[in-house]
Write a protein that binds this ligand. Sequence first.
Ligand code: BT5
Length: 251
Amino acid sequence: MTLTQGKLQEKLGDRPFRFYPKVGSTNDQAREWLINGAPIGACVVADQQTQGRGRMGRTWETPPNSAIALSVILNPPQEALSQVMMLGALAVAETLAALGAADVGIKWPNDVLLNGLKVCGVLAESEWHEQALRGVILGIGLNVRVNFSGSPLAYTATSIETELGHAVDRIDVLATLLGRIDAWSAQLGSGALYEAWRARLITLGDRVSVSYGIHTYEGMAVNVLADGALVIEDSNGTRHTIYAGDVSTQG
Ligand code: BT5
């Protein structure tokens, strides 16, 4: 079903939102709105992004008519900043579970996998005014029926409809997702959010290689901390606490 302002309005009720059929990046629009006084909980939705981005300057693909590109404005307590990314991945995982998906997991730190393939990415960006936190933009890209055939992503990415084998309505999925985001936003900073995220994490117990810039760590993923850091133990028994990076699993 096509995303339109009217259909979103009907489903999102009182929530302040902005809809763009085509936009550079919803996170950029949300940031501008936040700077200009957006209320907390406001969201930006796009059907297509031409400059969608991932972490570390990478590209996020959002072709038309096939995905959800969402940015939600939150204002967590500063000490709970690191939980915003957890919140995004957890809310998506619960949304997929509510759709009946059985094999849903979170790959540290922010990928949601469906049947082992990446169906969603999460990008949280903070906005500061002088020393004060103005808010956080929680960006979520969720593939609903993206056609990856012939794309370099064909072996790593998937979509909800591909895995479930039936059509889903993007507006219904979006409404469920926003409901989960609202529910967990009220718990930012709590142990409950961390525990729920941790319970869905598939990375623990794996032998992994984590790369960040020029650094690579190899070892067993033995723990995750309440601030989201991954702890790996290398072959010498030394533990490394890692705050950002890309994980690949080694046999
Ligand atoms: C992420 O980055 O996974 C975070 C993606 C966040 C996107 C949302 S959409 C709404 C909001 N507005 C934005 O501009 N961004 C946010 P990262 O972990 O760096 O993964 C990026 C990598 O995932 C790319 O380098 C590709 O390999 C792969 N990728 C790109 N598009 C994909 C897609 N649609 N599905 C699965 N994988 C994809």
